[in-house]
Design a protein around this ligand. Sequence first.
Ligand code: SAM
Ligand code: SF4
Length: 350
Amino acid sequence: MNIHAPKPATLKPATPKQASPLIDPFGRAITYVRVSVTDRCDFRCVYCMSEDMNFLPKGDLLTLEELDRLCSAFVVRGTRKLRITGGEPLVRRDIMKLFQGLSRHLDSGALEELTVTTNGSQLARFAKELAACGVKRINVSLDTLDEAKFRAVTRWGDLSKVMAGLDAAQAAGLDVKINAVALAGVNEDEFPSMVRWAHGRGMDLTFIEVMPLGDIDAARVDQYLPLNRVQAQLAEVFSLEGSDYQTGGPARYVRVKETGGRIGFITPLTHNFCESCNRVRVTCTGTLYMCLGQEDAADLRTPLRASESDDLLNAEIERAILRKPKGHDFIIDRTSSTPAVGRHMSVTGG
Ligand code: SAM
Ligand code: SF4
């Protein structure tokens, strides 16, 4: 299939008939796939990467056409939500062609949501195009509103570019959710002001516990801030009301009475959310991780490249889903100095 063709031409042939959905050994239907389209990034966030990263040779990456084929194979098998992530997905060359191609699954109704997680640095350039491809909601990662702190956390980032990106996204009609990693001693004094800022702009704000993924230059235990403490701190400032709002992701939400907005909490460490996991992750080399927190993986690039038909690919996906583990075993304390898994978050994407 040629994903470079204008959208109507890519649409027609190719939303094949749906096959039976993918169900894992614990009865969980796999309906959500996160696809990392590059391991590269224009930032070097201190909790995500080390300053000196070795990136994959470009030749190891799946082409955009191969990524489209892979995503489409999952859509045929019942994936309803596709999240494009990275590394920084919007720094991959010609990435809009992937969004344009995949939007045919939204048009056909096979896919419910096509979305992206981004650091926002390139949004001013791409927000309109994303909206034109049927993207409705996006996650933007932003850990601090303080310019100097932003530079320190991201090492290379420029807060004003992200702010311009947020303006462009909202002007294009995209619903924006802000994700902030809770970092001990870094941004914990800002949480109430971040809530007011995000809700004042009509954006939900989700906090994330730092996860022990990949070797970084700092000690995880010094970064880790359990979110039950964050919630307790916020409850002193705001009236937090329970909410059964769900986005299909792992966050649980509360509503803030004073602002009318929502705060999400993603708590892989203090409250394991694996029992309701509906997700798998594919890297930019076509490696399928059945769990973010485990090493087991399946190579989908070989079957993808071995044949023009998707039969081998589908068979490998089915075999892999039957190995999806019950959950992860993250732990951060003074006694465990090695990461739970060796790969960085930028490999599997958030
Ligand atoms: N570059 C994009 C971004 O930052 O949004 C997408 C990829 S990034 C790996 C996805 C999300 O993972 C971001 O929200 C980031 O803050 C989060 N993240 C990265 N490393 C993490 C870690 N060790 N623990 C928890 N979250 C992490
Ligand atoms: Fe890049 Fe996102 Fe990792 Fe930050 S969190 S280094 S923006 S991939």
